[in-house]
Ligand binder design. Structure first.
Ligand SMILES: [Zn+2]
Length: 641
């Protein structure tokens, strides 16, 4: 089984099936017995480097010097040369095909990567199989991008664009929400997905739309070795896995199933049944009715000195929860937002004393004890990323330092300007405070807020590259798992999914469009691929704003396989966290309880195979046991067949 060949005849034949006739440009054909069709590429790789002589970034083609057979594939000896000095970079690319799955793996071992003249040129990144399988304008099909819950980009745009999308969003791209390491393409001729399976913390996707003289559409992976030319080289082996898929059903569902299997096999994401063997409370949490109660926060002030505004005291929270109990919601978990000193975003990393304006620690303990008798579990909404100068625990030495030596001051919240904590430092706060939170009686669920992007830290004392920053968050989540039965967070970043029991899931991209033109230029359709990947592993819920849509919001939960969620307060308070009251969302609560927690309760622990819109107002969610949930927005009915 040949995986790479440069046979001109073969290429011409293939390129014609793609409708591309540039005989001189294309040199390589990727093929295997298990791929339905061979795919031509112009080059195996291109390389970005920093030319120290010219003081600039340059892009160079990678020359394949030699091809040797190895078991299940080929080894490509590659080199990059620049004018005047010749070869500056060399590496070996191992190209193998898994004989069973047909997956094509391209691996670049770190030990075989050499910078021959680092004073002349340093490696920035290697684009691998650039524009592989590119589609031409007007074709049917799409690029699949791992943003939000899955983005489809069609081949019908009219402006040439190129985007380098950081896998696991960096701060400048936080609003694009690229949180997982999967991409794909479906054309008339082929469909396959790719996963950056090693070195995924330092990788990009290169998305080209209506690009170049042929106006092609493509997405390929790039392994990043330096984010800035002054950085040390990021080490570690790199690997890209390409997976052909059959033409059966919608491609994005197939991509999601492949990604799910990889998360389970390689990254330790467990099914609910597997989790229950060591942590039985997880299944309980997966079935619970979840809500956030906003307790209060200070008025906007850049120094965090605004007056406190109360939404809900601990006593008022009990009254809300009692009303839900009276409405038949018999199993509830809450995340108390602003339980901590001076309310939501009040004085982090200081969290004690417990919010005194809301009743203080004794009132919180009373609420927890009352809940324990009512099947109502009180958890906290917590945060190890933000710090405020108004708090007692503020220490600039814990803050992330940028390449320019400046401490990172992020946008202001209720505590004033928000200095972002390096997780290598904030774990000390977690070690100190998590046991104390647990001693309050918080047990069933713990929620960590505000991990929105992966940065690098250039502090002399606690430097961290993106992989180390993620390892820092993982360590905090591991600690949380020791103290609490289940752990939730805001955003489903691929590298910590195996540590997560609950996440938000984006079901609509409209609000993100306010922060990034990515939505306007790249999102032709937003699809529930992430739901297919995470269902029966992690309890997920959609945005709280859906609850304002009443029954329609609950129907949206059903088609996504999501569990219900509301975010409420006892009293309206003006400001950025305007929250509905229980009455505002009661119709949603009653309907979602009936649909998600009763009618579809047994669906929670079954894999989802596909989610598809089959008519204008009709969606089918197909489960691995063959049952199909039909969500009909026209009639408002949900049926299982
Ligand atoms: Zn640091």
């Amino acid at each position: 089984m040949i995986t790479f060949s440069s046979t001109a005849t073969r290429h011409n034949e293939i390129s014609q099936t793609h409708g591309r006739y540039d005989q001189n440009a294309a040199r390589f054909v990727v093929s295997s017995d298990l791929w339905s069709e061979a795919i031509s590429v112009n080059s195996v790789a291109t390389c970005r480097l920093w030319n120290h002589m010219e003081i600039r970034h340059e892009e160079h083609s990678v020359e394949v010097v030699k091809i040797r057979p190895i078991e299940n594939g080929q080894l490509l000896e590659c080199a990059v040369s620049i004018p005047f000095v010749g070869r500056v970079i060399s590496f070996q690319l191992h190209v193998t095909v898994d004989p069973i799955s047909g997956y094509l793996q391209l691996t670049l071992p770190q030990s075989e990567l050499v910078e021959w003249m680092p004073d002349a040129a340093t490696l920035m990144s290697i684009d691998i199989l650039p524009e592989m399988g590119a589609a031409s304008a007007g074709q049917d099909g799409y690029l699949f991008l791992p943003c939000f819950s899955g983005v489809l980009h069609r081949f019908d745009h009219d402006m040439a664009r190129e985007l380098r999308l950081t896998i696991y969003a960096a701060q400048p791209q936080w609003a694009m929400k690229c949180h997982f390491n999967l991409f794909g393409i479906q054309t008339l001729g082929h469909r396959f997905c790719g996963m950056v399976t090693q070195g995924d913390h330092d990788a990009e996707l290169v998305v080209r739309s209506h690009f170049g003289p042929e106006k092609t559409y493509s997405v390929h992976a790039s392994w990043v070795y330096r984010w800035d030319h002054s950085d040390a080289m990021i080490d570690g082996d790199r690997q890209l896995t390409l997976c052909p898929v059959s033409s059966d059903g919608k491609a994005y569902n197939q991509f999601a199933r492949i990604y799910r299997q990889w998360l389970r096999d390689e990254r330790g994401l467990q099914t609910l049944e597997q989790k229950a063997q060591t942590r039985p409370a997880v299944c309980d949490f997966a079935q619970t009715y979840l809500l956030k109660i906003m307790m209060g926060y200070k008025k906007p002030d850049l120094n965090g000195q605004g007056d406190y505004q109360s939404n809900t005291t601990f006593a008022q929270a009990q009254a809300i929860l009692q009303r839900m109990r009276d409405d038949g919601i018999d199993h509830i978990t809450t995340q108390m937002v602003g339980w901590n000193a001076q309310g939501h975003d009040g004085r982090y990393p200081q969290r004690f004393p417990v919010n005194e304006q809301a009743g203080g620690e004794s009132a919180m303990r009373e609420l927890i004890q009352w809940g324990a008798t009512q099947n109502v579990y009180i958890g906290v909404h917590d945060n190890f990323s933000d710090s405020y100068q108004c708090g007692d625990d503020f220490d600039m030495a814990n803050v992330i330092v940028g390449r320019d030596g400046r401490h990172w001051r992020n946008v202001p919240w209720a505590g004033g300007f928000n200095w972002r904590l390096c997780p290598l430092q904030s774990i000390k706060h977690a070690q100190r405070d998590m046991p104390r939170i647990a001693q309050l009686g918080v047990k069933a669920n713990y929620y960590m807020d505000a991990i929105g992007a992966l940065s690098t830290c250039h502090s002399d004392d606690h430097p961290a590259d993106r992989r180390a920053i993620m390892a820092g968050f993982q360590a905090i989540f591991n600690l949380a798992q020791k103290h609490f039965d289940t752990v939730s967070t805001e955003i489903a970043f691929g590298p910590y999914l195996h540590l997560m029991d609950g996440v938000y899931m984006t079901h609509g991209v409209e609000s993100a469009g306010k922060f990034t033109d990515f939505v306007e230029h790249y999102v032709d359709e937003h699809v529930p691929a992430l739901a297919v990947a995470l269902h029966n592993g992690i309890r997920y819920h959609l945005a709280h704003s859906l609850a304002l849509q009443g029954r329609r919001g609950a129907l949206m939960d059903c088609l996504w396989g999501a569990m219900p969620f509301i975010e409420i307060a006892c009293e309206h308070v003006p400001g950025v966290h305007g929250m509905p009251t229980y009455d505002d969302v009661r119709e949603y609560v009653l309907t979602s309880q009936q649909l998600c927690c009763r009618q579809l309760a047994d669906r929670v622990s079954v894999d989802i195979e596909a989610i598809e819109q089959v008519a204008d107002e009709l969606w089918h969610t197909t489960y691995a046991d063959g049952k199909v949930v039909q969500t009909d927005f026209a009639s408002g009915k949900v049926t299982v067949s």
